[in-house]
Design a protein around this ligand. Structure first.
Ligand SMILES: Cc1cc2nc3c(=O)[nH]c(=O)nc-3n(C[C@H](O)[C@H](O)[C@H](O)COP(=O)(O)OP(=O)(O)OC[C@H]3O[C@@H](n4cnc5c(N)ncnc54)[C@H](O)[C@@H]3O)c2cc1C
Length: 415
C-alpha cells in the first residue's frame, strides 16, 4: 500500500483516486477549487469512441485563421505575446497533418474503447447513478464541404474498426422522431454513449469519501520540495505534507504547475461554454454535433445541454457573450422549431480544456522525478478518457504492465 497525493480533482484526478483506492492505496486529493467548478462538470457529457481524430488535424489551421476574424466563431486563438503560446502553436502546426492522424487514430481508439467499457461497468455499481446511456452520436452537417470531410472521417473510423454510418436527412429524422432536424445529412456512430457529468462527479466524490479518500477542497498546492530525483513533499500554505507518489492532474493549469518542477509540459487552455434548457417537452434523443457551428447538443434527462467554442488562451475564466450568442444562433439553423434565448451570463458555465499541442493526452511517469506521474492534456476528450486514464495511472503506481502501450502519451515527448 502506498500513500499517494493527487493534485487536481477533476475527472482525471477523481478517476485516478477511484482505481488507486480500489487497489488498496491511501489517497489524498488536493484541489484549489470546490471540485465542481472545473472543466469536468459542465461539459457535454459525451463518451466518444468515435473521436479517433486528434484536435491537431489537417484543416484546423486554415479554419482557425478564417474563424479568428469572426467574434462569434467556434474556434479562436486569443493573440498574446506569449512564448508558451508561440511554442505551442508551432508544435500544433507541425502535427496538423495526415500522418499524425493516421498514427493517432488506433491509439485513441484503444484508450477510448477501454474507457467506455469501464464506464459501462461503473454505471452498474450501486453508488453510481449518472444517466449513462448508449444511444450513439450524430454528426450533422449542412454544407457539401463538411459532408466531404465527414465522409472521409467516417471511412477512417470504419478502417479502424469504429462503426460509422453515413445517413441521409430522412434517415437522421428516423432516429430523431420528436425534433425536426435541418441538415444535408449526418454520420451516425452507434458505439458512442453519454452521461450527466455533474452527477458522475458528485457520485465519485461521495463514493471516494465513503471509502476513506481524503479530499482537501479550496486547497491550492503552491509548490514542491525535491530531494535528488524524487519529490519529497508538497507545499500547501504553511504545511509540507509528504507522500510516496505524486500525481499531477491539474488540467489546464498543468503547464504552469509543472514549471515549478522545471518540467516543460506544453499546454494551452481551450475555453468552452455550456448552458441548459430545462423541462424540454420534445427532446433530442441522440447526442449530436452541429458541425459547421461546432456546437454539442446532449439530452440529460428532461434537460438539453448546448456546449461549444474553443478559445485557445491562458487560464482566464471570463465569459465572452459574443461566443455564447454564436452557439445560440447555431441552434435554430439545425433545429428550426427550437427557439432558444441567449442565457444570462450567470447561467453560462465555462470550462478550460487542457490542450496538448498534438491532441493526445499526457499519461506517464516523469524520468526526472521517480515518484511523479503526470495525467492531463485530454483536451476535448477528458471525460471520455477519464476512467481509462485513472486505470492506467494505477497500473503505473502498481508497477504492473499497463493495459495498453502508453508510449504515445509520454509527457516528455516534446523534450
Ligand atoms: C464546453 C465543453 C464541452 C466538453 N464536452 C466534452 C465531452 O462531451 N466529452 C469529453 O470527453 N470531454 C468534454 N470536454 C472536455 C473535458 O471536460 C475535459 O477534457 C476534462 O474535464 C478535463 O478534466 P481534468 O480533470 O483534466 O481537468 P479539470 O476538470 O479542469 O480539473 C483540474 C483540477 O485541477 C485543479 N488545480 C489546478 N491547479 C491546482 C493547484 N495548484 N492545486 C490544487 N488544485 C489545482 C483545478 O482546480 C481543477 O479542479 C468538454 C469541455 C468543454 C469546455
Amino acid at each position: 500500500m502506498k500513500n499517494i497525493a493527487i493534485i487536481g480533482g477533476g475527472i482525471i484526478g477523481l478517476s485516478t483516486a477511484y482505481y488507486l483506492n480500489k487497489a488498496g492505496h491511501k489517497v489524498t486529493i488536493f484541489d484549489q477549487g470546490n471540485l465542481k467548478d472545473n472543466c469536468s462538470s459542465g461539459n457535454a457529457g459525451m463518451i466518444v469512441p468515435s473521436h479517433i481524430i486528434p484536435l491537431a488535424a489537417p484543416g484546423m489551421i486554415s479554419k482557425g485563421i478564417r474563424w479568428m476574424f469572426n467574434s462569434k466563431s467556434p474556434f479562436y486563438v486569443r493573440p498574446r505575446l506569449s512564448g508558451d503560446l508561440i511554442r505551442w502553436g508551432l508544435k500544433f502546426y507541425a502535427h496538423a497533418n495526415h500522418q499524425h492522424v493516421e498514427k493517432s487514430a488506433p491509439v485513441l481508439k484503444e484508450i477510448s474503447a477501454m474507457s467506455k467499457s469501464l464506464y459501462r461497468d461503473l454505471a452498474k455499481e450501486s453508488d453510481f447513478h449518472f444517466g449513462y446511456e448508449e444511444r450513439g452520436l450524430l454528426m450533422l452537417y449542412q454544407t457539401s464541404e463538411t459532408e466531404k470531410e465527414e465522409i472521409q472521417a467516417a471511412n477512417l473510423a470504419n478502417r479502424n474498426g469504429v462503426e460509422a454510418r453515413v445517413l441521409s436527412l430522412s434517415e437522421v429524422q428516423l432516429l430523431e422522431p420528436d425534433v425536426q432536424v435541418k441538415a444535408r445529412g449526418g454520420i451516425y456512430f452507434p458505439g458512442d454513449a453519454h452521461l450527466i457529468p455533474q452527477l458522475l462527479i458528485s457520485n465519485l466524490i461521495q463514493h471516494l469519501q465513503k471509502r476513506g479518500v481524503t479530499i482537501f477542497s479550496e486547497t491550492r498546492v503552491d509548490d514542491f520540495m525535491v530531494a535528488g530525483q524524487r519529490v519529497a513533499s508538497l507545499q500547501v500554505q504553511q504545511e509540507r505534507p509528504a507522500f510516496d507518489e505524486y500525481i499531477i492532474a491539474t488540467g489546464a493549469w498543468s503547464g504552469i504547475f509543472c514549471s515549478k518542477l522545471n518540467l516543460d509540459l506544453p499546454m494551452q487552455s481551450g475555453k468552452g461554454y455550456s448552458f441548459n434548457l430545462q423541462d424540454v417537452k420534445k427532446n433530442v434523443r441522440i447526442p449530436s454535433l452541429l458541425l459547421e457551428g461546432r456546437v454539442a447538443v446532449t439530452p440529460m434527462g428532461t434537460s438539453l445541454r448546448f456546449g461549444g467554442t474553443m478559445e485557445i488562451g491562458d487560464t482566464d475564466r471570463s465569459v465572452n457573450m459574443n461566443r455564447v450568442k454564436g452557439i445560440v444562433q447555431t441552434i435554430p439553423k439545425y433545429y428550426p422549431e427550437m427557439s432558444v434565448n441567449v442565457p444570462i451570463p450567470n447561467q453560462v458555465w465555462n470550462g478550460l480544456r487542457p490542450c496538448s499541442p498534438d491532441g493526445l493526452p499526457y499519461i506517464g511517469r516523469s524520468s526526472q522525478y521517480k515518484n511523479l506521474i503526470i495525467a492531463t492534456g485530454h483536451s476535448m476528450m477528458g471525460l471520455s478518457l477519464g476512467l481509462a486514464t485513472g486505470k492506467l495511472v494505477t497500473e503505473l503506481v502498481n508497477e504492473t504492465e499497463t493495459s495498453m502501450d502508453i508510449s504515445p502519451f509520454n509527457p516528455e515527448r516534446f523534450n
